[in-house]
Design a protein around this ligand. Structure first.
Ligand code: FES
Length: 286
């Protein structure tokens, strides 16, 4: 049962959300007005404002949602509906480092499930639980469009690519011990609250952070390069035993010429199984 449903099913009137201390409220309100001014319709600022209040307490509290509702002229029910829909908003206090293990299809089969099981056992945590020292919250996450680096672990939404159960265990041990860890690509790691403030749309002031954000891999960038009109010359995967062919213009087959791709060519079952080449299945009785 989700937290939102729990609140409704209690059937009791909610007490007003506790107020922020005056200094915190004044600071958040000034930041929120800066965010709201970026949009022609103030309610469009709800998503960044939820990140902003998350940057204060590390999660979206009832106090934070009440502030969003007040500043945007929305009901708390409208704000709650959004905050409980998106998994990037946390609804309870959590760790300094959110360790997310991708267990979507590709990462799962490449080892994501094994990593998640190992970390649960190593940390003594279940999904969405936090270590007693408040350092690490473990959760399984959905695909983060980094499948070419599977299996992927994310810490506060920074990528740690091609992980193994051993490397992921070392990663959480380093985080808990306060040792510096470097994401595989992208910006340097920062705390969950700092990450939330960046997601609210405030510039990342850390030295080198902006330069470090261009971390997409070659396979991820093919579509972007095609969209920019760049002519790509993919190398055709050759049938076993043949060398790969170039697809550069001068090497392309002439009109009318037979064009074999790796799918057209006869395949063999395995180089290690020469006695059983692939081919049409023999009819029974042949
Ligand atoms: S399945 Fe893990 S990043 Fe896509």
């Amino acid at each position: 049962m989700t937290e939102a449903r729990q609140e409704v099913s209690l059937g009791m009137p909610q007490l007003p959300a506790p107020a922020y201390p005056a200094e915190v409220r004044a600071r958040l309100e000034a930041d929120a007005k800066e965010v709201i001014a970026r949009y022609p319709d103030s309610r469009s600022a709800l998503l960044p404002l939820l990140h902003l209040v998350q940057s204060e307490e590390g999660y979206v509290s009832r106090t934070g949602m009440a502030l969003c509702a007040e500043l945007l002229g929305l009901t708390t029910a409208e704000v709650t509906a959004v905050a409980t829909f998106y998994t990037m908003y946390r609804r309870r206090p959590s760790g300094d480092y959110q360790v997310g293990v991708c267990t979507n299809t590709l990462c799962a089969v490449m080892g994501g499930d094994a990593i998640f099981d190992r970390l649960k056992q190593h940390l003594g945590l279940g999904n969405n639980e936090t270590t007693e020292d408040g350092k690490v919250t473990l959760e399984h996450i959905e695909c983060n469009a980094a499948c070419d680096f599977a299996p992927v672990v994310m810490v506060n939404w920074e990528f740690f690519d091609n992980q193994t159960p051993e490397s992921a265990t070392q990663l959480v041990d380093d985080l808990i011990a306060g040792r510096t860890v470097e994401p595989t690509r992208g910006a340097p790691l920062c705390s969950y609250k700092e990450t939330a403030r960046i997601l609210a749309g405030f510039p990342d002031q850390r030295p080198g952070a902006v330069e470090a954000t261009g971390g997409a891999g070659p396979a991820s960038l093919v579509g972007l390069r095609l969209a920019k009109g760049e002519e790509l010359h993919p190398k055709v995967v050759a049938p076993r035993g043949e060398s790969a062919r170039s697809e550069a213009p001068q090497d392309r087959p002439q009109p009318g010429a037979q064009h074999l791709s790796s799918h057209d060519a006869p395949q063999q079952t395995s180089a290690s199984d020469p006695d059983h080449p692939a081919g049409p299945a023999a009819e029974e009785g042949e």
